[in-house]
Design a protein around this ligand. Sequence first.
Ligand code: T1G
Length: 693
Amino acid sequence: MSTPEAVSSLTLDGEIAIVSINHPPVNALSTHVRAGILMRINEAVANDAAKAIVFICEGRTFLAGADITEFGKPPREPALRTVQDAIENSTKPVVAAIHGTSLGGGFEVALCCHYRVAVPSAKCGLPEVKLGLLPGAGGTQRLPRIVGPEKALEMVTSGQHVGAKAAHAMGLFDEIVPEGQLRESAIAFARRVLAENRPLRKVRDLDEKVQAARGNTALFADFRAKNARKFRGFEAPEANIKCIEAAVNMPFDDGLKRERELFMQLVSGVQSAAQRYVFFAERQVWKIPDVPESTPVVDVKKVGMVGAGTMGGGIAMNFANVGIPVTLVETRQEALDRGFQVIRRNYENTAKRGRITMDDVEKRMALLTPSLSLDDLADCDLVIEAVFENMDVKKTVFAKLDAIVKPGAILASNTSALNINEIATAVSKHDGIVGMHFFSPANVMRLLEVVRGDATSKSAIATAMAVGKKIGKIAALSGVCPGFIGNRILYARRLQADAMMLEGAMPWDIDDVIYEFGLPMGPYAMSDLAGLDIGWSKETTRHATVREALCEIDRRGQKTGAGYYDYDEKRNKKPSPVTEGIVREFMEKAGNTAREISKEEILERIVFAMINEGAKILDEGIAIRASDIDIVWINGYGWPVYRGGPMFYGDTVGLDTVVGKLKAYGSKMGADFTISPLLEKLAAEGKRFQDMK
Ligand code: T1G
């Protein structure tokens, strides 16, 4: 445990006092950091030689916020408010010198300084909403007093970081100083403040922008309406909006009280606990116990992509987006042409939305090279295969690649479920084979499952993970099993959904429960979106399932205007009497009499089966840790982050409840259903997945 003296310092440069904090890795406002700041500010104010104060941090960033690890523990003095009051009420001007990312409580401290200067690379923001919180140290009251309520609403509900130039334009930073000259520039700025006899400007006293919006109820109503879909199910965004309303309609100190009250509600709630858990889970997922950070990685300068279809094209875009050239190989010119047309159209659509320029589009397209020959991949450092999901086809491709690629090249399969170990038998050097399972659309979905075969080398694993990070994915390592982590749990979910469909719950009844729980869509709407005919063929279909029956009458999902649902020309879905008839036909074939299935049973049988499958995945060592499973389902399937993921949700419900309910449903869960021994053990011991180390 550190001490206030160890993490803080006070030095004098002539008449300017410099208070500095040094608490790696991000100068989080832990207890002793707060005490250190308070101690040094008070010393500087009491020191007659000091006429002004510069507040600066060492290391990679200015204060990056409250110490998230301290939430949920008893509060310890000094409170952040005390530190802020000492700064804001200082009799000497305090200048914040900002670099790195001044975020959350860190930026709220900066807003209590009288002036703020920053280097061009600096960023600021109030990202508490991403933790299921709100800026609880006056941020919601001070921010709108500088940038106005409209911009404040955007900033606190998105948690976006704002770059120095924009922050300066909005008045959050008073001056941008040269990169690498922060300290001396801030001292010079402080001297100018003294020389020009500038006031001790307190943000809390700036009322003009909030008064101008007073009584403007439309501002908040419109903002709520515009964002209703995005904020669905979340508690924190609405609490943030209420705080900005308080800043507009209440005196400052009353607004602070309102902010505190709403903060305390959030910080003690399940949603914030879930989102803080995910914050750390997103950092844990990169850590592989037996593949240390020192593991050598292949420097991927050129990528080969076998297959330029939906997946191959989407995957290639990820690399072009970060300036890595890709050669895409197809077997037929028209397939290659179509693939490139789709990529270009995707980029042009992004440009139309203003997220990139047309110049970016051309630069990225120029990094993509079409080819009809695998021989063109001879100099690639990484080759990713995304051909038809058939083992023989994949093995044929890998056998050809084996004879072409250079020594040390990594060969990856984008397979969503097939056995990497079997694919590896097609090549001479097995240790370079790894799974890299992207999620569709591959240029959008953040998740990458890296699949470790029995022979996959540590370097291949480390390379795949590093590539994932480079292209902006969140990568989770999986062992080999059908469906790896994500799809294996998806299968468990689908088994329960299909069973209940033949017991009396229509597809839309089941989808509605899953949608209300917080996922973007339920299993049947998801199937319609992806296409019901993945893996289906006219030649082999046997009218054995509702899905086959739908495909047989050309109801293959959204792309044919009908699947489980009927779709209008704008792809709005509605329940289909045709599907209902087919479901009833199969229900009778199964000898079932339709029964009313409660929403609770639908949710529990589906979600508890997912948790149970996750426990098996953990127990078999397919996933390293429970939180990796949660990262997979949040980033690959849209599990609501405010519920932390299926494993965190199991902990929330209580594993004893999960086991008890699964036992109560008994044979309804299916003849092959078994409860995970690990789940039973944890439940019996009153433990949580989070308690496993
Ligand atoms: N508290 C504790 N640990 C933190 C932390 C924090 N605020 N931020 C980062 N870490 C750890 C992180 O777990 C990792 O640890 C290491 O630092 C490097 O982080 C009252 C209530 C600053 C942009 O939300 O966004 O203030 O894995 O890998 O990619 O209103 O960290 O190495 O052991 O992410 O360079 C608000 C959260 C808090 C900022 C740097 N602040 N942090 O990114 O490094 S709530 C935030 C970040 C609050 C007040 C409210 C990022 C970063 P380890 P990293 P990075």
